[in-house]
Write a protein that binds this ligand. Structure first.
Ligand code: AMP
Length: 180
């Protein structure tokens, strides 16, 4: 952690976009945080903290903002990086899972050989909302025989109780909204 980082107000760098991508959703826009070097580094520091010395071999980032956060997290932990992508984007043999979003349904995929039984995995994403995406990611990594050490997520919308879908997986979140 950088000097003075405990004073850093990460929430001040996250912008609310009401009614996007559809009415009733308040989208948490992290692009101002990413654009601020101190906030970006502070966010990565905070996400990595509990997972240092946990033997993480692979960080799995969920498309697309999980790539932006997951790659520096992987580098900090001395781990490899693995993308979980939306349907039809990965070129090699894949495993897939259907899941529900806060707004709609979707499907995620991972290369079948991306992780295996010798891997200890940290899953990274930007926002934990209903928990459907994170739950599907855990199922995908489980299906490949790897061990999930936990999830590091920048923003938790606690009022949606996504944690309840994650069966006690070690979820570490940094900026919390709610319960309201
Ligand atoms: P969920 O499966 O409901 O937990 O949704 C989490 C996924 O959807 C994450 O990959 C987020 O990027 C995205 N997401 C869901 N709700 C929001 C929101 N209110 N603001 C920003 N991203 C969101």
């Amino acid at each position: 952690m950088l000097p003075g980082m405990s004073d850093l107000d990460l929430e001040a760098h996250i912008r609310d976009i009401p009614d996007w991508p559809e009415p009733g959703i308040v989208f948490k826009d992290i692009t101002p945080l990413l654009a601020d070097p101190t906030a970006f580094r502070g966010a990565i520091d905070a996400m990595v903290g509990p997972f240092v010395d946990r033997g993480i071999t692979k960080v799995v980032g969920i498309e697309a903002r999980g790539f932006i956060l997951g790659a520096p997290v992987a580098d900090r932990l001395g781990a490899g990086f693995v993308p979980i992508r939306k349907a039809g984007k990965l070129p090699h043999d894949i495993h897939h899972q259907e899941y529900e979003l806060e707004y709609g349904t979707d499907r995620i995929e991972v290369h079948s050989d991306a992780v295996g039984s010798t891997d200890t995995v940290l899953i990274v994403d930007d926002v934990l909302a209903t928990g459907g995406t994170a739950a599907a990611a855990i199922r995908l990594i489980d299906a490949l025989g790897a061990s999930v050490a936990g999830l590091a997520v920048l923003v938790e919308l606690a009022f949606l109780d996504g944690r309840s879908k994650l069966n006690g997986a070690g979820v570490h979140t940094v900026v919390h909204y709610g319960p309201t």
